[in-house]
Design a protein around this ligand. Sequence first.
Ligand code: GLA
Ligand code: ZN
Length: 654
Amino acid sequence: MKPLIGVDYYPEHWDESLWEADAEMMKSIGVKVVRMAEFAWCKIQPYEHAFDLDWLDRAIEAFSKREIKIILCTPTNCPPLWVYEKYPETLQTQRDGQKIATGIRGHRCYSSKKYRELCTHVIRRMVERYKNNNAVIAWQIDNEVEANECCCEECTARFRAYLKKKYDTLDNINQAYGNIVWSGEYSSWNQIKPPLGDYNEGWYNPAYMLDWKRFCKQNAADFVRFQANLIKSIAPDTSVTTNTWFCGNAPDYYDMFSDLDFVSYDNYPVARIPKDENALYSHAFHLDLMRGMKDGKSFCIMEQLSGGTGCWTPMGRSPLTGMIQGYSMQAIAHGADMVLHFRWRSARKGAEMFWHGLLDHDGKPNSRLAEFEELCKEVSALSDDLEGTRIENQCAIVYSSDSLDALNLQPQSNGYHYFNQLKSFHDALTSLGVGCDFIDEKSDLSKYKLLIAPALFITNSDTAKRIHELAEKGGHVILTNRCGVKDEVNGCLDTPLPCDFADMTGCTVDEYDPLGYDIEKVAVPFCNGTFDANMWSESLTLNTASEIAHYEQGFLDKKAAATQNDFGKGKVYYIGFCSPQRAFYISLMRYVLTSAGISFVKGLPRGVEITQRKKDGLKLTFVFNNSEQKVKVATDKIKCELEPFEMKILKQRI
Ligand code: GLA
Ligand code: ZN
């Protein structure tokens, strides 16, 4: 993908007389790509049998004649109201059995055959119209597809079919779920329903709930696939993506993007850095997660922070000077190619009028636009060097969609969140200037020297096998508390924890205590330090492992809290607690990286990130100051001063 800077534009929100002026202004400041038509279905198809794309032709022309490329969207997130009026089955059904109320956006049911038929009509019209337009470089499917939990009849039928395919018989389901508990055994397929009712999710059978979540994710991915196949059947050579974010009901990102050409992420970093030294604020975490979703191949920011955000929440602070340019460059440093800013103009109408774009409501050039112009110039100058570069890392963190859901369904202690477990390690690596990939359980693990699998709660037998193989062949592996707790159907295993990993860790869990926000002291001799454990503590029985940390007080006093074990040609670390202090994870990572022979940077000031993109003959090192203070970087290899949010790029021929 060619590195390009662009904006999100909604021609249908503005008087046509503005389009030319906007396009001219964009051209003059160096905008190279514009995304449009995202929510414009009712303008494209105002009535069932009336289509109008003439206006879109003119909008596209306004940009393409100025050599600005276009990303077009399928407008399917927002069907026109006539769709819901005439075909109410296209609306999602809530857990209380009622149809979702219209009036905002995203009301559609992915399973509805009628809805898919209507999507097909509008998408077909659009793709056929623009398939030979060279300005149109890609298609974005829908908007922020989430794993919606629709309880309509069509979704119910699909859920039953999903279970039938997976388990074949009701007996198998009853066995797998343990439906005997609370007399929940199914005696007919009709008894299988979505989780109806206003209950806390934790009251349902967790095996059933995990399958329900898996189904909803698969259904969302299937909807994306349906659109991608349709687009490609008409325009086989085009590129297709969908824009995503880290939402509560996250899709299985790896599955959703598997048949798409590139990943797109909507990136809204917070506009103030937390004062708390231990706060896990890193935006790099999200960027690395996104890059990992297609094995680091291609990744774009479809919506990037452009101004103060807010609408349905009180407005947040305006971005500080340097953030508009700096956070785009940060995304590029973590592997993004295109970065499109949301949005060109702040809306004057509609719910999002205070989610600010580059231009305020008055449309006058401002300091944000000036910074954006700098960004356009910077990326344009860097474009040839950047093109074709890749990020290659020796460390990876496993992201398990199943463990995320299972831990959300059954929170292990007050405040224990799966993402925080991943973040703690990622944050420590970032602070040591060590790049890290996030990989799916199905990804190739063998290319990594260090694999970290925090809280791998659900044990997928194939994943467990491949983690074993990695260690046997000489890899270093870090496992933590709450690894290996559950089987694939979300039931508890009956061997000593960490169950299927106990041979690798060389230790077993003796007792555990879900600490929540309470604290236990842990002594960590390898760094001469004492840290607090929180969220979870467990005492470990050493089998072949040796202790690397122990509790210092409380009822676990003197018992082992973390271990290391030689396994095959590799080494396996097991951490039986979590810590609220970054310093613990940083010390741990220094210790493990040294043993794994992975170099790290000493003395990086807080907030400074170092990443690299490489291709044959060229290495680009990005040094970014993600802090509100001016900093001096003085490491073995890098000496420079950086303003807040400034990026310096060092070029090296290799
Ligand atoms: C998301 C959506 C956009 C818009 C922005 C700002 O990322 O994709 O349509 O709603 O948030 O709120
Ligand atoms: Zn439905």
